[in-house]
Design a protein around this ligand. Structure first.
Ligand code: B16
Ligand code: MG
Length: 211
């Protein structure tokens, strides 16, 4: 019933969410800002700058636009150093086998990620050239919950939103897909929002949604 599947990257295809946490934690500690896993969950799918604003909710003081630019760059440098250690062994067999199966079933596969590091992460995982289209933080004006990143993915695939299913681990991402007119499959904590068309207990459950 679907012709295309659009995958969020961080928290769906791979677990770069733990690196985002470590990098933000390092910056928050330096600035004396309280930061924990619960606050980190609010950063899922949210752009780098918007993430910094969420973290600064617990900051006593104010920063200039330039200081904010510098801190977000500092976080990204820490994050990119952590990404250097990633390799194809960080791609789970379940995820790879499921993707291969979907491809065999004739579905077009795309990435719909807020990250500006998406292509580098895919390269690290050995998935360079694997997806039919990549829509990421570099081709959008507005980040999730705005539907732009997914609408661009549909456009790159040459499909309409109704023909596509979005797979997401974040509330912001589910909201983006709903707004964009695509069906949604939730995985991880996104399941608890009860917003999605399907809830996946595990990645391979995706095969049940498309058959
Ligand atoms: P970057 P996704 C999102 O990726 C992350 O979930 C979010 O935590 C991050 O702030 C955002 O990408 C921007 O990432 O700093 O690398 O540009 O879940 O949309 O694949
Ligand atoms: Mg995500």
């Amino acid at each position: 019933k679907y012709k295309g599947i659009i995958f969020d990257l961080d928290g769906v295809i791979c677990h770069t969410d733990k690196y985002h946490y470590l990098a933000w934690k390092q910056l928050a500690d330096k600035l004396g800002i309280y930061f924990d896993e619960k606050i980190n969950n609010r950063l899922r799918g949210v752009s780098r700058m918007d993430s910094l604003e969420i973290i600064l909710e617990n900051y006593n003081g104010s920063l200039t636009a330039t200081e904010k630019e510098n801190y977000s760059e500092e976080k990204n440098n820490i994050y990119k150093r952590l990404l250097e250690d990633m390799s194809p062994s960080d791609l789970s067999k379940e995820v790879k086998d499921t993707l291969d199966q979907l491809k065999e079933d004739g579905l077009k596969l795309a990435i719909g990620s807020s990250s500006k590091n998406a292509r580098y992460i895919l390269e690290q995982l050995g998935l360079e050239g694997y997806f039919d289209a990549i829509s990421d933080g570099n081709n959008i004006e507005k980040s999730k919950p705005d539907p732009e990143v997914f609408l661009k993915a549909c456009e790159y695939l040459g499909l309409s939103p109704k023909e596509c299913l979005v797979v997401e681990d974040a509330k912001s991402g589910l909201e983006a897909a709903i707004e964009g007119g695509m069906d949604q499959a939730a995985i991880g904590d996104a399941v608890y929002t009860q917003l999605a068309t399907y809830d996946l207990a595990t990645f391979s459950d995706l095969l049940k949604c498309i058959r």
